[in-house]
Ligand binder design. Structure first.
Ligand SMILES: Cc1cc2nc3c(=O)[nH]c(=O)nc-3n(C[C@H](O)[C@H](O)[C@H](O)COP(=O)(O)O)c2cc1C
Length: 252
């Protein structure tokens, strides 16, 4: 049985939570096992910017972020639900994402299917969606759909199984994820940075064999996107190598 993690990023158990409950009901009727968690039940300190996670491979802060990261690693797919605050995601979600910076370099959850639920009183849903999707893309996560709701319509327009169908199919390997050009761009940039900048990243990408790919495994990528990804990767790598040798020449 596939296991889905649903994450409530509001302190309240109200609009976002109700939408997550609706998603949970739909998932249950399709035989998924589910767990709803509230980010506010966990201790999440702000990132202090030491970069230890990127450079050394560990975080010096001691709180519940490792528990949350483990949960994300273990699930077969996840749903993030957030209210819109000042036209963007809730602060606690941003604080959590900042703490996962290591996954922007060496993602343990690449290829995991995700779905977003965003609710607002009227403004900011699209900006919030874009903002979270950017982070998911850098986690290497597959964005398999979203539901946007305006507060007053949450009860009159419940979240349906249809809205979740792509997500459910990808979780069950019935459909392969098709990356967009933007997905391929991010992958190519991350690959170029990994292969040319940080040694830890390089070892991780080689270990996963991602350096040989145009996008993460278990996805379907056509020839044009492969060509585009290869072109971007070569261009960026060339520039990074040039910048490195210029830096060496100056310091000598
Ligand atoms: C601090 C704060 C900022 C908000 N900012 C916006 C906003 O920019 N645009 C908007 O339409 N609604 C905004 N809202 C309203 C919430 O997005 C909306 O009420 C949402 O449904 C609350 O979800 P919840 O019941 O899960 O907490 C804001 C609410 C709060 C508390």
């Amino acid at each position: 049985m596939k296991n889905i993690l649903l994450i409530n990023c509001s302190k309240r158990k109200k609009n976002t939570y109700n939408l997550l409950l609706q998603a949970q009901e739909n998932l249950k009727t399709h035989d998924f096992s589910t767990e709803i968690i509230n980010l506010h039940d966990y201790k999440i300190n702000f990132c202090i910017g030491c970069e230890c996670c990127i450079l050394k491979g560990y975080c010096i802060l001691n709180d519940d972020v490792n528990i949350l990261m483990e949960k994300l690693k273990k699930c077969d797919g996840f749903i993030i639900g957030t209210p819109v605050y000042l036209n963007n995601m809730s602060g606690i979600l941003k604080a959590f994402i900042d703490r996962t910076c290591v996954w922007f370099h060496r993602s343990d959850i690449a290829g995991k299917p995700s779905f977003l639920i965003i609710n607002t009183q009227g403004s900011g849903a699209k900006n919030t969606l874009k903002s979270i999707e950017e982070s998911l893309r850098q986690w290497g996560v597959f964005s398999c759909g979203h539901a946007l709701r305006i507060g007053s319509k949450i009860h009159s327009k419940p979240l349906t199984s249809d809205e979740l169908s792509t997500f459910m199919n990808i979780v069950c390997n019935k459909t392969e994820y098709t990356p967009s050009f933007k997905d391929v761009s991010y992958f190519s940039v991350q690959k170029a940075l990994a292969m040319n900048i940080f040694s830890l990243d390089k070892a991780f990408w080689i270990e996963n064999n991602w350096n040989e790919l145009y996008f993460y495994p278990n996805s379907k990528i056509n020839m044009f996107k492969k060509f585009y990804g290869q072109f971007l990767y070569s261009m960026i790598s060339k520039n990074l190598i040039k910048a490195k040798s210029n830096k060496n020449a100056i310091s000598n």
